[in-house]
Design a protein around this ligand. Structure first.
Ligand code: ADP
Ligand code: MG
Length: 381
């Protein structure tokens, strides 16, 4: 796999790469739409990763090629990069060059060859994987000495300011900072992190990821509107962020809010609580107790935050009916993927129940796989 990336790099760019780097996709166990409210998240990195083979260039050119692209090299001048200039997929890696240079880091050009097995647009964060693998490569090629959280922040800036997607920081932090065998508990206000051991196999469990293969277009605009709604609610309540509303004050706060904002606030406050509850279960070795917390999180996203869709709702419902301990949509919503916590012996039956429910409903066939907590961004060779 590593040799393949190096060989493919050579075929495209005409020389051996200096190295190969990788950064994973992620699923978030719990803590959805909390990262732009200064709240808590708990993602794991997937075994699926984006590999970047790379080599410095001394002429200030940025030349990027993706095995998932259109078969051509995108060739850009580093000093010509600015938000809005690149509109193809290449904006993700180019944005990382731009964000590093804009932050004052002494970088030059590079040749990149990208190859990934992270499904794109499935809510599994192929975008963060691409950004973080690119940032990890440039960090080493130019000896920048960035830490994993610093790589994540550069990657997020690339996506926010260069690509133009107003995402929170969870995806990039997960891709850059996760470790094998653990979930990443992140406080998105302080950026404080804790790696919480998660050994599903030892608990007789598996995490089933179900990619519904749908992405509804309203997602992009809706995300910005939800984000703005949360900010307006925090303003009305006189808070810096919804993170600052104690659960004990929730009911009183809801009465002071307009009808359209109250459910958003209820989701964010209860979701932060669910992250804390999940951590308590994990610390106490009660892995199976995560199930009902996941399902409650889905109900909140469906009924209060309203970012689920018929496909994710059906996947959750079918998984739980077939014996999953719990299930929820993961990622921003409007399609994407669902996670289900399942006893090892039930994995196939639950996956089959979801496939069968989708077929009956006339939905496209979903793709299901099991995932273990895997490593964050790293150099492979
Ligand atoms: P997600 O991050 O959930 O997969 P996004 O819409 O945020 O979905 O990002 C997907 C986009 O990222 C793709 O449409 C493409 O532009 C870019 N991308 C991700 N991985 C690759 C890759 N391996 N090669 C080319 N582009 C990629
Ligand atoms: Mg993304």
């Amino acid at each position: 796999m590593i040799d393949q990336a190096a060989t493919d790099f050579e075929a495209v760019h005409g020389a051996r790469p200096t190295g190969v780097w990788a950064a994973p996709g992620r699923v978030n166990l719990i803590g959805e739409h909390t990262d732009y409210n200064d709240g808590f998240v708990l993602p794991i990195a997937l075994p699926h990763a984006t590999k970047v083979a790379a080599r410095r260039r001394e002429d200030g050119r940025v030349r990027v090629y993706s095995a998932q692209g259109d078969g051509t090299i995108t060739d850009l001048a580093l000093d010509g990069l600015a938000p809005g200039v690149v509109t193809s997929w290449a904006a993700y890696p180019a944005g990382v060059f731009w964000a590093l240079a804009d932050a004052g880091h002494a970088i030059g050009g590079a040749d990149l060859y990208v190859d990934s097995d992270v499904p794109t647009g499935a809510g599994l964060s192929s975008s963060a994987a691409l950004e973080c693998a690119t940032a990890a490569a440039l960090n080493d090629l130019y000896g920048l000495g960035l830490t994993a959280p610093e790589i994540a922040l550069v990657a997020q800036r690339a996506e926010n300011a260069f690509v133009g997607v107003p995402c929170g920081v969870m995806d990039q932090m997960a891709s850059a900072c996760c470790t094998e065998g653990a979930a990443l508990f992140l406080d998105t206000r302080t950026m404080e992190q804790r790696h919480v051991p998660l050994d599903l196999e030892a608990a007789g469990l598996r995490l089933l990821v179900i990619d519904t293969r749908v992405k509804h277009d309203l997602g992009d605009g809706a995300y910005a509107a939800l984000r703005a709604g949360c900010e307006r609610a925090a303003d009305l309540l006189g808070l810096e962020a919804l993170r600052d509303l104690p659960a004990a004050d929730l009911d009183a706060a809801l009465e002071r809010l307009p009808e359209e904002l109250a459910p958003l606030v209820r989701h964010v406050v209860t979701e932060n609580q669910r992250v804390v509850e999940t951590i308590e279960h994990l610390d106490a070795g009660r892995t199976a107790a995560l199930g009902p917390v996941l399902t409650a999180g889905h109900a909140s996203l469906r009924d209060d935050f309203r970012v689920s869709c018929p496909e994710t709702d059906l996947a959750v419902e079918a998984a739980v009916a077939a014996g999953a301990l719990g299930a929820r949509m993961t990622g921003g919503g409007f399609g994407g993927s669902v996670i289900a916590l399942v006893e090892t012996a039930d994995v196939e039956a639950v996956a089959e129940a979801v496939r069968s429910a989708f077929a009956t409903a006339g939905f496209a066939a979903p793709v299901a796989f099991t995932a273990v907590p895997s490593a964050g961004a790293r150099r492979l060779a």
